[in-house]
Every structure is written in C-alpha cells, then in structure tokens.
Design a protein around this ligand. Structure first.
Ligand SMILES: *[C@@H]1O[C@H](CO)[C@@H](O)[C@H](O)[C@H]1NC(C)=O
Ligand SMILES: *[C@@H]1O[C@H](CO)[C@@H](O)[C@H](O)[C@H]1NC(C)=O
Ligand SMILES: *[C@@H]1O[C@H](CO)[C@@H](O)[C@H](O)[C@H]1NC(C)=O
Ligand SMILES: *[C@@H]1O[C@H](CO)[C@@H](O)[C@H](O)[C@H]1NC(C)=O
Ligand SMILES: *[C@@H]1O[C@H](CO)[C@@H](O)[C@H](O)[C@H]1NC(C)=O
Ligand SMILES: *[C@@H]1O[C@H](CO)[C@@H](O)[C@H](O)[C@H]1NC(C)=O
Length: 393
C-alpha cells in the first residue's frame, strides 16, 4: 500500500517532464520555422537563385491556387538533362531552341544540363542508355517530374539496375504510344499544299533493275530480321548496304544514298532490329520520302502512323517465300506498283526527327500538377513492350 503514492508521484513527474519537453520542442521548431519563413521573405525570388524552400512554396502556390493561374502557366519551365545524350538525340538542344519553332504550340520551356539547377527544375530527364544508379540526384523537389527516357527498344536498352528504379519516375518519355510523353521517331502529317506529282513514276519504274535493298549496321539482331532476309534471298536478290553488306554509305550521305537507291531498286526493306510495340525508327519515316516501296518488319501500328497504301507489311505474309512472290508480282505490274505511290498525290509532310513539343506541352498542362509514379518501371518497359522474335515456321 505504501508504494502506491510513490509510484503515482513518479508518474506525475514523468508526465510534467514529458509535457515540458514537448512544449520546448514545439517552441524551438516554431522559432526555426519562423526564421526560415523570414529568410525566404528577405530573399528576392529571382529564378536563378531559388533554394529548395522557395521551390516548395511555389509548389504550394501551384497546388492550392494561391497564385494566379495565368502567371503559373506562363512561367518558363525548366528541364534538366541529368544523364548525357548521345549521337542522334540532337533534337534536344540545351537552351530554348528545341521548342521555339512553329510546330510547338507551347514554347516556354528551357533545357539545361547544368546540375546546379536541379532544385529549380520542373522535370529531370534520365536517359536510360547513359544513366548510372551511382549517379542519381540526392535531393528532389516534390513538384518535380522525374522522367524515364528511352528511344531504344528494350532489347537494346541494356540496363541492370531496374529494381533500384522502383518508385523513382513520375513520367515516361519513349516512342511507345502509352508513354506520358510520346516521342515517335517521325511523323507523317497530312498537308494539302505539299502534294507531289508523280509524272516520272513510269519512267523511274522502267529504269529500275533490282528488287530490294536495305542499309544495316547491326548484323545480328533481337528481331532475327537477318534470318528473314536470308530466307528471302533464296527467292530474290537483296542488296545489303552497311556494316554487314557490300558497301557502307557514309554517315552524312544517307539521303544521297537513298536517292541513288530509288533509281535502281523497287523496294526498300525497313526492317527493325527489335519487334516491340510501336517501335518504328527513322529508317521508316526517312525512306518514305523516296520513290521506293517500303517493306516493313516490326511491331509498329503502321496503319495508324502512315497513309494507306504506303508500305507492304512482311508480317502479313505467311513466309519470306510468300512475301517474295508478292514483291515480284508488284515489281512486274506497273498498275499494281503505282498503287503504292497514290498516297503521295494527297500531300503529306514527312518528319523523320523526333519532335519534343509534347514535353513542353505536358509541363504546362494540368497533369503536371497531378501526382503520378511508376511503381515498377521494368514491368512497364520490358513486359509492356511485348517484344518478340521472328521465327521460321
Ligand atoms: C533585392 O532586389 C533589390 C531590387 O532589385 C535589390 O536592391 C536588393 O539588393 C536585393 N536584395 C538581395 C538580398 O538580393
Ligand atoms: C525564338 O525564335 C524567334 C523567331 O525565330 C527569335 O526571334 C527568338 O529570339 C527565339 N527565342 C529564343 C529564346 O531563342
Ligand atoms: C561528312 O563527313 C565527313 C567525314 O566524317 C566530313 O569530313 C564532312 O565534313 C562531312 N560533311 C558534312 C556536309 O557534314
Ligand atoms: C550517287 O550516285 C551518283 C551517280 O551515280 C554517284 O556519283 C554518287 O557517288 C552516288 N552517291 C553515293 C553516296 O553513293
Ligand atoms: C496488274 O495489276 C492490276 C491491279 O491489281 C490488275 O488489275 C491487273 O490485272 C494486273 N495485270 C497483270 C498483267 O497481271
Ligand atoms: C514523383 O515521384 C516521387 C517518388 O515516388 C514522389 O515522391 C513525388 O510525389 C512524385 N511527384 C509528382 C509531382 O508526381
């Protein structure tokens, strides 16, 4: 019985101590928070000198509408290229020029590779080909969109650190049509003003002597296109240019080579190195400009990205032999041959360089303010691409 008051006193003292500690802690924090707010107020909010606290303030403004919407949507958006690009990605230039052209409806975006601007960036771009898991930013502003960026198909985007990337990215930017920012290698756009004339199609057809050609640098591919072409060669002549072929076209003379090919060959084989959903590279878009019939082999939805009658799809034939028989038939019959050029009379603009406009539009859109995250990026990228191989049946 005697012990009880002592125990009660102990509880009482304990509680007083706890309350005192809690109170002090709250006060100290209050002072700290106030001084931070004061610090923020004393600073001039010029774009280049923002710190992370100010950034958070701005996010709150955007999220809860403290600021006027017009001002928010008019602000220049900054994109930081975290990992370097490589040849072929010249369409993403640092500065404002990538978006400052007529085709971009939203031009207020700037690209930088200056890592010191990390915290003020609205988006951080991670190029899968060059990203390293030992070199990832250590801090991240909550409003920032981290973007998974790849133009290579999964079999050629060798990367072993995918599991470290769970919950890392907010957006994806790839050629795939289900990406947040869709970045196809090219586009065919209807344009009545650029209608072609096909006056010389007949004389061009008469002058052609060879069946098909293609230019290729990867000789052994995931799609197994080389096996398909080998099988075709039993029935028709295919002249291979590039690293695995009879001659190499100089890198900066591609257009000249294609122009020369169009005088000799009926067909150009635009065979992709991987058969994955939506994976259609510049070799398709670029060659559409020339007067050869394109034969495609890949995972693209060609009928959606290209005018009707602008290509022959190898996948629609039961075998390389069946395809070869059909190609002979087309090459031998001008009426049939000419049907594959009819679309050119309608007028189209053919773009064979990726167009980053959507990146800027997205940064200014409402979805920029919405939370989003890719929990399992490997699943989205690898499983979601449905890559497959061609196999002789
Ligand atoms: C804030 O801006 C004003 C006017 O532009 C300038 O005179 C002042 O020195 C700036 N203060 C700081 C702390 O940069
Ligand atoms: C954008 O393009 C216009 C017209 O070509 C030019 O006058 C302007 O200086 C450009 N702006 C930037 C930031 O490069
Ligand atoms: C094409 O490439 C060659 C060799 O790489 C170079 O000497 C030449 O200047 C290039 N020409 C053009 C027009 O870029
Ligand atoms: C294209 O053809 C012309 C005429 O036959 C030739 O002089 C030229 O070297 C060819 N160009 C290439 C890149 O092979
Ligand atoms: C050539 O093709 C056209 C269109 O498919 C067809 O109507 C015609 O019969 C063909 N001519 C020959 C000689 O096969
Ligand atoms: C982006 O993803 C990160 C990490 O999952 C998350 O903390 C952040 O809230 C997301 N931001 C936006 C703007 O979606």
């Amino acid at each position: 019985m005697k012990h009880i008051p002592i125990v009660r006193t102990g509880y009482f003292l304990g509680c007083v101590l706890l309350v005192t500690i809690c109170y002090s802690w709250i006060m100290v924090n209050n002072i700290f928070i106030r001084s931070v707010v004061q610090l923020q107020k004393s600073q001039n909010g010029s774009q280049g000198q923002q710190n992370s606290f100010l950034i958070k303030d701005r996010v709150a403004e955007e999220l809860y509408g403290y600021a006027q919407n017009e001002r928010v949507s008019n602000r220049m958006k900054l994109v930081l290229l975290w990992s370097s690009l490589f040849n072929g990605l010249e369409f993403l230039k640092t500065g404002q020029n990538s978006f400052n052209h007529s085709s971009c409806s939203e031009k207020k975006c700037e690209i930088t590779s200056d890592r010191r601007r990390l915290m003020e960036s609205d988006a951080v771009l991670f190029h899968l080909r060059t990203v390293s898991m030992t070199d990832i930013p250590r801090s991240r502003a909550s409003h920032q969109k981290w973007i998974f960026f790849s133009l290579e198909a999964p079999p050629y985007s060798h990367f072993h650190g995918f599991s470290f990337m769970n919950d890392m990215f907010n957006w994806t930017m790839t050629y795939r049509s289900d990406s947040d920012i869709v970045l196809p290698y090219g586009r065919v756009i209807r344009n009545d003003e650029s209608a072609n004339r096909l006056d010389n199609l007949y004389s061009l057809w008469q002058q052609k002597r060879k069946m098909a050609t293609w230019m290729v640098s990867h000789c052994d591919t995931d799609s197994a296109r080389e096996g398909y072409i080998k099988a075709m060669e039993k029935f028709m002549e295919v002249v291979t240019f590039g690293e695995c072929g009879v001659a190499v076209c100089p890198v900066n003379k591609t257009e000249e080579c294609l122009n020369n090919f169009s005088k000799k060959f009926f067909f150009y084989l635009a065979f992709e190195n991987a058969i994955c959903d939506d994976y259609v590279t510049e070799k398709f878009f670029r060659t559409l400009k020339y007067d050869m019939i394109l034969v495609v082999f890949g995972g693209g939805k060609y009928s959606k990205i290209s005018p009707p009658g602008s290509y022959i799809d190898a996948m629609e034939f039961s075998s390389p032999k069946e395809l070869s028989i059909y190609l002979y038939k087309v090459a031998a019959n001008f009426t049939l041959y000419a049907q594959y050029f009819k679309w050119k009379l309608d007028g189209y603009d053919i773009r064979d360089v990726p167009d980053p406009c959507m990146l800027c539009e997205k940064l200014h859109s409402n979805s920029f303010r919405l939370y989003s995250v890719y929990h399992d990026i490997r699943k989205w990228w690898v499983a979601g691409s449905h890559c497959r191989k061609w196999e002789m049946t």
